[in-house]
Design a protein. Structure first.
Length: 361
């Protein structure tokens, strides 16, 4: 199916003073910067990193503007159906991988039917209660094929997914966080909180996160995709439990720092209760920088209505060498959710404005 043309939303560029482009670059096309030459008319190769509903929103937008799309998904989930399968079978948590596959399903009857099927959860009084069909399908193929990537590729072909889904690591990971005030009765104490589900709902202030095991191996195909990309998109999503974990996988972080791709960070529309309660847009950038001080960015995308202090956000982005792009990307109903078409329009405009040569399509 031919992707729908996204509605063009207003997008305003904020460039750091004294620079002639994002990160001080001249805005030259990738081949002039030592990257790969591109043929006119080709689509951009895009890799999106994240997890959960944030990544799903990004994928639903990106599949509208490119057919060369890869999702690299966090594998630290330990709650719900994914957590139960992980505990019982020792497998990667499939839930965020399933959500990414559903987001890549087309808008035709085939795609939307399969999206509903794999997202369907059983309701019963027995062991199947709240298990998602897609989780069971993915785990069954992992056991049959013995290969995470091959199994996910097969599910993608079955669904007609408009892109590829990869786990960021081939081993299940545990997210741990240092949290101030996790126990309300000890508001000044800093405790180690274990598990993505617990971290996401903590009433305290998350100071930092790390993964167990330390220095987990990256999936080689994920590293290759980042190195071969034209654009890498990080976020939106749960900041400490879905976005930052990718930066804690050494091989993946190395790829993100070495790639010739341009890198865009997509900010959330609102702080997440518990995990980032009270965070300003610029504070999201500050904690990202503490976890990956060598990471450079080219563009920071934010919804204009979610940025009360544009100067502070511009200053924070400057530390990454990035320009700030402000665009209406929220759904018009007032909920803090991204509108797929508006977000697609913002991404499409960014890809065309920053370091392209010729039309993508």
């Amino acid at each position: 199916m031919t992707p729908r043309t996204p509605r063009l939303g207003r997008l305003r560029r904020v460039v750091p003073e004294g620079k002639d482009g994002p990160g001080g670059r001249s805005g030259r096309p990738a081949d002039a910067r030592g990257g790969r030459p591109r043929r006119r008319g080709t689509q951009p190769k895009v890799v999106a990193l994240g997890g959960g509903m944030g990544l799903s929103a990004s994928l639903a937008a990106l599949r509208r503007i490119t057919g060369d799309l890869t999702a690299v998904v966090t594998v630290a989930d330990d709650g719900g159906s994914s957590g139960r399968l992980r505990d019982e079978l020792g497998v990667l948590p499939p839930g965020d991988l399933r959500k990414a596959l559903a987001a890549l399903c087309g808008d035709d009857d085939w795609g939307q039917t399969w999206a509903r099927v794999i997202q369907h959860r059983f309701q019963s009084q027995g062991d199947l209660h709240e298990h998602a069909v897609g989780n069971l399908l993915i785990v069954a193929l992992w056991e049959q094929l013995g290969d995470h990537v091959q199994a996910l590729d097969l599910v993608g072909r079955l669904l007609g997914a408009q892109g590829r889904v990869l786990p960021m690591s081939a081993v299940p990971l545990e997210l741990q966080a240092l949290v101030k005030g996790h126990d309300p009765e000890r508001p000044e104490d800093v405790d180690t909180v274990r598990g993505q589900a617990t971290v996401a709902l903590t009433p305290g202030e998350v100071q930092s996160v790390h993964l167990v095991p330390n220095d987990p191996p990256a999936v080689p195909e994920a590293v290759e995709a980042v190195l071969d990309a034209d654009w890498v998109v990080l976020g939106p999503g749960s900041w400490f439990s879905s976005v930052i974990p990718h930066l804690l996988v050494p091989e993946l972080l190395d790829a993100l720092t070495q790639t010739k791709a341009r890198r865009v960070l997509s900010l959330n529309l609102a702080p997440q209760p518990g995990e980032t309660e009270g965070f300003s847009p610029q504070r999201h950038l500050e904690v990202l920088g503490r976890h990956a001080p060598k990471l450079a960015l080219d563009v920071v995308l934010a919804d204009e209505a979610a940025v009360p202090d544009r100067d502070s956000l511009t200053d924070a982005a400057k530390r990454f060498g990035a320009a700030v792009e402000l665009a209406p990307v929220a759904r018009p109903d007032g909920t803090p959710r991204h509108d797929p078409e508006l977000l697609a329009a913002a991404y499409d405009r960014i890809f065309r404005m920053h370091g392209r040569i010729g039309p993508w399509r």
